[in-house]
Design a protein around this ligand. Structure first.
Ligand code: CA
Ligand code: CA
Length: 101
């Protein structure tokens, strides 16, 4: 039996930012894929954030602001090529530093 856990390896930097690679960010998002269709819907993201209230980074992610700006084509899903936009938002608003490989 496998348990889904909110495990992500991050590094706290001296300036208070949390460092995460874009790949880690993708992995992090993938665990929210409840129905396993390989896509993260805005709804799945919203539920995940609600569930993981203890999870510090997304606790600041109030309402749909970030998700809406991330869903560029407005189809209700966070597509693979929309993830960088989400990462950009996270970087700007959530004090996460997304480092590219
Ligand atoms: Ca899904
Ligand atoms: Ca989309």
């Amino acid at each position: 039996m496998t348990h889904k856990r909110h495990v992500i390896r991050t590094k706290d930097l001296a300036d208070g930012k949390t460092e995460m690679t874009i790949k880690q960010f993708e992995e992090f998002l993938k665990q929210f894929d409840e129905n396993k269709d390989d896509r993260i819907s805005v709804d799945e993201l919203r539920q995940a954030i609600r569930r993981s209230g203890c999870w510090a980074i997304f606790a600041y992610w109030k309402g749909n602001r970030g998700m809406k700006s991330a869903d560029i084509n407005g189809d209700g899903f966070i597509d693979k090529d929309e993830i960088p936009k989400l990462a950009e938002f996270a970087e700007k608003e959530l004090n996460i530093k997304i480092v590219a490989y």
